[in-house]
Ligand binder design. Sequence first.
Ligand SMILES: *[C@@H]1O[C@H](CO)[C@@H](O)[C@H](O)[C@H]1NC(C)=O
Length: 416
Amino acid sequence: MPSLEEELFPSTPGKFKIDRGHTVNRQFHRCFASTSTMFLWALFLVALTASYLSFQSFIDSGSLYFSASWGGIQWEKQVRNSAQIHRSGGMSVLVTGAAGFVGTHVSLALKKRGDGVVGIDNFNNYYDPSLKKARKTISSNHGIFVIEGDINDAKLLARLFDTVAFTHVMHLAAQAGVRYAMENPQSYVQSNIAGLVTLLETCKSANPQPSIVWASSSSVYGLNEKVPFSESDRTDQPASLYAATKKAGEELTHTYNHIYGLSITGLRFFTVYGPWGRPDMAYFSFTRNILQGKPITVYRGKNHVDLARDFTYIDDIVKGCLGSLDTSGKSTGSGGKKRGPAPYRIFNLGNTSPVTVPKLVNILEKHLKMKAKKNIVDMPGNGDVPFTHANISSAQKQFGYKPTTDLQTGLKKFVR
Ligand SMILES: *[C@@H]1O[C@H](CO)[C@@H](O)[C@H](O)[C@H]1NC(C)=O
């Protein structure tokens, strides 16, 4: 989406202004001799200035791209219908990243139990957008309106909160992937930092303020070697730019909690997998390659130690998200002013039983009834950490979080 904007306005507006000014000045001097032509030129100059100014404000408002796909009575009706609550004590939730893997599953679960859900997603092409469109279709079939829009679009967000008094925001929109951060670092800053701040600004000004639950990441533990990873462990040694932007998110949300009284819950997800998952993740690409008879690359850590991940099944993550929303507690601010302290929480959502990558391949081979062609190579220093292992006792205590799907069972469902 940012690249589309750059295509539309490749040069700075300032440059455009100077060029136009020079041309007009020259022509103005040449025609100064005759008073009647001077009058015509003055008229022309006024018209030119007026049209230039209106064009300028058109660009400044940034509305050329953004407003194309939203707004209007019909649109507002769709938003309101989708946000309608169908159970007593229910909530209306704005879900960002609603066409994503976790976003789709959480939206469907909320809708199923009678909560109102409105989704927003920018459908970017980090991975095949047709998968996101397909997820959107499923959501639409369940009465969930997923808006094609960007969380950096402050006007769209403000309009959404004008239309519906959302009680909660489930913020899942993000630029994901650890390795891609070396290719395109700016996209992480754009989504995970700038987009987050735009969303928080909207939420702090909303009346009433919503409670916010958002996706941080287990990657914030970085080079932490103490296992299992507990929420109080140090998180100041990120190993990737992705992790650094998620850590920044934890600091930024804390600031908004502190200054404006926003209720914040950050969830550190541990390697979420399952049906409708992300094609850029290892379990997904391994499955595809094994089925196509193509070789897979299995990374190995220092001293030939196998990499291990605390793989967490999507249904368990969904339960964790809903548990967090249900226990989030209210924001205390109004009109952009804090009225009292609000909850600030961080939870690990993992599975607490790490599995090595060769074991993962093993399970896939069994379910697919095919042998993998493995290329075992040493892990490059590109941001992947050797292992993750969640201590989930805090989420367990707060809202009874208890993962029930092991990797064997979960992958079986995925393969099917
Ligand atoms: C897990 O975290 C809790 C705090 O939530 C802590 O009391 C406990 O000691 C941790 N367990 C381990 C094994 O580190």
